[in-house]
Each structure stands twice: as C-alpha cells, then as structure tokens.
Design a protein around this ligand. Structure first.
Ligand code: APR
Length: 226
C-alpha cells in the first residue's frame, strides 16, 4: 500500500527534543524573527548559530524512540513516503531508509553567498569559510520562515498518490505542511492524525487518535502490518 506520513516535533518529544509551541516550547524562549528568519541571520549570525548549535547538540544526545522505529518497520512492508518537518536525524537513526526533510536538517550547512551545501560540524560559526567560495557566509541548511520548503514537487506527488496519509505530532500551524492532509483527502486517501492533543487542522482528518506517539505509532503500524 502507498502510505504518506508527515511528522512534526511531537514524534521526537519523547526522545527529549523540545517542541516549538508547547508551554516550554522553543518559541517561548526564542523569537522566531531572531533565530528562524533570513533577516534574523543577517542581523545576528552569531545568535542564530548559537541557537542551532544548541539544537544540534540536543539532537546528537537524543535517541530514536519506538515511534521512529515503528515507521522504519512500516517501510519494510509498504511503500512509505516519510516527510518530516523535523531537522533532527532520529528518523534516519531509527532505521527509516528514506526521509524527506522539507524544513532542512541540522546536519546540513549552506553557504549564504554561493549556495554550496556540505555536512555541518557539531558546532558551526558564521565566519567558517565556505569550502567552495571561501566566503564567511556559513548558515545552517534550515528552511526559515519566509523561505520555500524543500522537495515540494516530490511531496505533492507522494501525497496525491497515497492511499493512506498520516500526520504524527504536528500542530498544523505551518503551511504548506499543514495543508497536506486536505490535499491527500481530495485525492482519495484515508487520513489519520496521531497526536497528543488536537491540532489546528484536526477537522481535515477522517480519523483522530489521541495519545503519545510512542504508543500510537507502534499500534497503528501493527494494524497495517498484521
Ligand atoms: N506524542 C505525540 N504528539 C505530541 C507529543 C507526543 N509525545 N508531544 C507533543 N506532541 C504534539 C503536540 O500536541 C503538537 O501538536 O506535537 C505537536 C508539536 O507542535 P509544534 O511544536 O508546533 O511542532 P511542529 O508542528 O512540528 O511545528 C511545525 O513550525 O516552527 C516551525 O519549522 C518549525 O517544523 C516546525 C514547524
């Protein structure tokens, strides 16, 4: 079966990685305009690198949980397109063979001057020279607010072909990710939302399952692979 899965910060919450909009979320402590916009990076690249160095260290310390591993098991039995808004690599370390990072990845570095991409080191500095053009214009390879998410053609196509679409651990506040369930439904998919709480787009889903991802996702995968 063709299954498209969208994950958000909630799938990594039980691995100890902070979400964004919970009461102790990242956006309670950091202003989006300071650390997650191109203007913020131009204004203070040191602050931005400090923010992502902290998140990169948190991700490196974290371990994949049962939800990440269950999605890897699902891909053994079905044609799964795994789309994540997350920038950690817990899906990859949990065994998922192919992960589409629509908001980029903490493991990537990007040159703001020439567009060159390379693997990030644990600690990045804006003055690190780009390996290709040599300019001190190194930024995290993260899609910031106001920028265009990556791989959208591939994502739309997978969602249109899916027979099942599941959204796991996302608050449905950021588009185009938040619009994928409706798009899947319009193209005939059965849609399910797995989340600790209701999201801004829960009404777009055929089915809602409430609870922690480490319980919901293995149970959902067990039903699909029985
Ligand atoms: N199990 C399942 N869901 C959970 C769990 C859990 N253990 N813990 C939290 N959640 C859910 C919350 O109910 C919420 O719906 O995860 C969601 C987290 O929402 P956000 O913090 O808004 O994260 P996300 O939806 O991934 O944000 C989307 O916004 O800030 C940008 O680019 C950033 O990719 C991010 C995007």
């Amino acid at each position: 079966m063709r299954i498209a899965v969208l994950t958000g910060a909630g799938i990594s919450a039980e691995s100890g990685i902070r979400t964004f909009r919970a009461t102790d979320g990242l956006w309670e402590e950091h202003r989006i305009e300071d650390v997650a916009t191109p203007a913020g990076f131009r204004r203070d690249p040191v602050l931005v690198h400090r923010f992502y160095n902290m998140r990169r260290a948190d991700a490196a310390r974290a371990r994949p949980n049962a939800a990440h591993r269950a999605l890897a098991a699902l891909a053994q039995r079905h044609q799964v397109t795994l789309i994540t808004q997350n920038v950690d690599d817990l899906h990859e370390r949990g065994g998922s063979p192919e992960v589409i990072h629509m908001h980029g990845s903490l493991l990537g570095a990007l040159c703001a001057a020439c567009g060159h991409r390379w693997s990030a080191t644990l600690v990045m500095r804006s003055l690190d020279p780009c390996p290709r053009c040599g300019k001190p214009a190194t930024r995290p390879d993260i899609v910031w607010f106001g920028e265009i998410p990556y791989h959208m053609e591939r994502i739309w196509a997978a969602v249109e072909e899916a027979e099942i679409f599941a959204a796991i651990g996302t608050s449905g506040q950021v588009y185009p990710a938040a619009g994928l369930a409706q798009h899947a439904h319009r193209n005939g998919a059965r849609t399910v939302e797995l989340n600790l709480a209701s999201s801004a787009v829960s009404s777009d889903f055929d089915e809602i399952r409430a609870g922690p991802a480490t319980q919901l996702v293995p149970a959902w995968v067990a039903e699909l692979t029985a």
